[in-house]
Unconditional design. Structure first.
Length: 86
């Protein structure tokens, strides 16, 4: 499987390369930008901490805006709530 720009990749199907800049998603934590470490179980990390085993999806970080969660589509409701919490 190859990386697709702007497409979420299931961690169970493919892992990032060691040291790769990624955007990752964890159901409990949301969407984050950080790096990947190829250690047993895989580790996604950023300045706020790290996750091992909880990340379900990732994509290469192209330094654009953070994407929506996997399976989520843009809507006026999301735009409204993000404007309030910005």
């Amino acid at each position: 499987m190859t990386e697709q720009s702007g497409q979420w990749i299931e961690h169970a199907r493919q892992s990032p390369k060691d040291g790769q800049a990624v955007i990752y998603y964890c159901e409990d934590c949301g969407v984050w930008r950080g790096l990947y470490a190829d250690v047993p179980g895989g580790q996604y990390y950023c300045e706020s901490g790290f996750l091992t085993g909880d990340v379900t999806h990732w994509m290469p970080d192209r330094l654009g805006p953070l994407p929506l969660r996997p399976g989520e589509q843009w809507s006026k409701e999301i735009e409204h709530w993000e404007g309030i919490h910005a």
